[in-house]
Design a protein around this ligand. Structure first.
Ligand code: CA
Length: 662
């Protein structure tokens, strides 16, 4: 009797404590720190296991998983930078948020989770890479990298204009984030902070302190480094993202005159498989060095939260905009629905809510993130968001009706890396993919994989007659998902023409003459259509000794820029990430002058000043593809054709006449 009274008192006491603490929690809604990187493969995170597990690359990300939860089967809906970020903000697949590929704009006026959080009392900030041109909305504070941003001494765009910091981009993004916590927030309201690293995106440039350590390391190779793509269709065969053919010596692998790598190659004369093996190691040293830098900086954020007693009431989540190939199938880059790029890392800690050491195997997707943030904050979730809140999963309580399959759709073709358009469905065990459109036999080609028996997706079993019932089921599931997610019949984005059409003028190219004023910043659709054409630019300017960009179209992959540095005029053309430059001889005269650039289809180029030729040379061929980025006068906006110390031209330039010629 006495004992049971004691037990009753004790139970009441515990209940009271629970009630009291939940009241306190309701009063103090949790902060959210969302840490996001670019192109971080699960294979490069210790907690995910795999061949790089023993390299101890990510102790801090691993600690989030250890203190909280790791999602084994987190996926994206469209494996490429900007569309993934649009999905993150909107909670919708590409066909509804309008951001299909890295080209074109993003409609910032549409509904986004951070606007709702802001309306519900959260302080909101976005710091780092967002890759969506235009002013951010719904953030009390934002400071973002222009386009892809750069690794060294990065520029940022803020509400106040452009600013620049010295150092490595990963360190600086963290500095800026902690600065906001120090100076930009008040203690009375919860905050939602998005910390978005550029790293480990191409061209994989670690901070010097880390690069030094990684340049002497060697890493295990994947089984499929020398994949011959037998067992798969045209898309795998015809991609342009291989370590052997696509990866560039100068930019990607930093084999520059006088470098240790150049000296090594000169001495060892590698070729064939030996050269691929060497390139893989160099790639891993740089890529994984970038990963180590991200992890180190996540450690700084975790330490800050602890030091400031914020760690108990802050949800920390880490993810990437998609996965990446680390030599699997002989590749780098992403885009395909194959696991390495379809899958993305996701770990979270939330003391008191997420039990430490959990591993979740449910199918989750990046359409879920926006709703999860809103749910954590206790804010309303709009009906038209397409995901599901992950909060029940964080608590270890997966609903019985949780999704059993995922929809995927990749659109960016024809484009860099030549990955054909495709859509598909995965139930976690079987994956059905439909490649469609341009130069695919019969207009479409299907693949089917059994991830249990063929985890590396080396052999499509689509043509195996024993699979016909399964194929029918998966096709029906794909149709069901397309209806559920409201995918338009044609996928939503019309094809831009075949790759042979790319050489012909498109609708825009009927216009062969253009005129642009200083400050012009036009989208790719309004910019001259370059492939297969020569170009003539007439650029009036006044010169008072300042460096800067006169006109630029495109970015580091494909484009051109006319720029001044050190009193000389430079014409730089990029083709598939390789830049070639011709420069004027003799200093520019001060005052008003007119520069004329002529480049023919073969890439022979000249620069004239007031009709006097000052430069002549080859830029190694014609324009290959229409750049994703548009054209700007007086600065290089968006993705930079090349990195300059001064991006903007402070004196007068224009109106610039651009003419496309045969
Ligand atoms: Ca990316």
């Amino acid at each position: 009797m006495i004992r049971s009274t004691a037990r009753l008192v004790c139970t009441v006491f515990v209940v009271l404590i629970l009630v009291a603490s939940s009241v306190a929690e309701a009063a103090q809604r949790p902060n959210i720190v969302w840490i996001f990187s670019d192109d971080h493969a699960c294979n490069a995170i210790g907690a995910y296991g795999g061949r790089l597990q023993s390299e101890n690359l990510t102790p801090n990300i691993d600690s989030i998983a250890r203190d909280g939860i790791i999602f084994d089967r987190a996926y994206v809906g469209n494996s490429i930078c900007a569309p993934s970020r649009a999905t993150l903000l909107t909670g919708k697949h590409s066909h509804l948020n309008g951001k299909f590929d890295n080209r074109g704009g993003f409609n910032h006026d549409q509904q986004q989770f951070q606007k709702i959080l802001q309306q519900h009392g959260y302080q909101t900030a976005m710091i780092g890479k967002i890759h969506l041109n235009g002013a951010m909305q719904g953030f009390d504070y934002w400071e973002v990298l222009p386009g892809q941003g750069r690794y060294t001494n990065p520029q940022f765009i803020t509400t106040e204009g452009k600013t620049q910091y010295e150092g490595h981009s990963t360190d600086i993004v963290t500095d800026r984030a902690l600065n906001w916590l120090d100076n930009g927030t008040d203690d009375a309201r919860p905050f939602m902070m998005m910390v978005h690293y550029k790293a480990p995106h191409r061209n994989w440039l670690p901070a010097p302190r880390i690069m030094e350590k990684f340049r002497t390391r060697t890493f295990p190779e994947p089984d499929s480094l020398f994949d011959d793509y037998a067992g798969r269709g045209i898309a795998a065969h015809k991609q342009d993202m291989s370590i052997s053919r696509t990866m560039t010596m100068a930019s990607d692998l930093k084999v520059t005159p006088g470098s240790d790598r150049a000296a090594y190659l000169a001495e060892h004369k590698l070729e064939g498989d030996g050269l691929i093996r060497w390139k893989y190691q160099a790639y891993m040293q740089d890529y994984l060095g970038c990963v180590a830098g991200v992890d180190e900086n996540i450690g700084r954020i975790l330490a800050y939260l602890k030091e400031h007693n914020l760690d108990r009431n802050t949800v920390v989540m880490y993810s990437s905009d998609q996965g990446f190939y680390l030599g699997e199938h002989g590749w780098f880059d992403k885009r395909f629905m194959y696991e390495e790029s379809f899958r993305t890392p996701l770990v979270a800690r939330w003391p008191g809510v997420i039990k430490p050491g959990q591993r979740n195997h449910d199918l989750v997707q990046n359409i879920d993130f926006a709703e999860t943030f809103l749910d954590i904050a206790g804010a309303p979730i709009p009906e038209d968001m397409q995901g599901e809140s992950l909060v029940p999963l964080l608590k270890g309580e997966t609903p019985d009706d949780w999704r059993r399959s995922l929809y995927y759709h990749y659109y960016e073709y024809p484009a860099v890396h030549s990955v054909r358009r495709h859509e598909g469905v995965s139930d976690g065990r079987y994956k059905l993919i439909r490649f469609y459109g341009v130069d695919v036999p019969d207009g479409e080609e299907w693949e089917l994989f059994d991830l249990k028996n063929d985890p590396n997706e080396m052999n499509s079993i689509y043509n195996d007659s024993q699979q016909s019932a399964r194929i029918k089921e998966l096709e029906a599931e794909l149709d069901r998902l397309k209806e559920y997610y409201q995918v338009p019949e044609d996928g939503g984005l019309p094809l831009r023409g075949t790759s042979s059409d790319e050489k012909k003028p498109n609708a825009n190219a009927k216009t062969l003459k253009f005129e642009f004023q200083q400050g012009a910043n036009v989208t790719t659709g309004m910019a001259p259509f370059l492939p297969g054409r020569g170009i003539r630019l007439t650029v009036p300017l006044s010169y008072s000794g300042n460096d800067g960009v006169l006109i630029a179209q495109g970015g580091a992959s494909n484009g051109y820029v006319l720029w001044i540095k050190g009193g000389l005029l430079h014409w730089t053309v990029t083709r598939n990430d390789v830049a070639a430059t011709i420069s004027s001889e003799g200093k520019l005269p001060l005052g008003r002058i007119t520069a004329t650039v002529r480049q023919d289809k073969s890439g022979e180029a000249t620069i004239a000043l007031d009709d006097q030729q000052v430069a002549k040379g080859s830029v190694n061929g014609s324009f290959l593809a229409q750049p994703f980025d548009g054209l700007s006068v007086g600065e290089d906006s968006g993705s930079l054709v090349r990195e300059f110390s001064t991006n903007r031209y402070s004196d007068k330039v224009g109106p610039v006449k651009v003419q496309l010629v045969e």
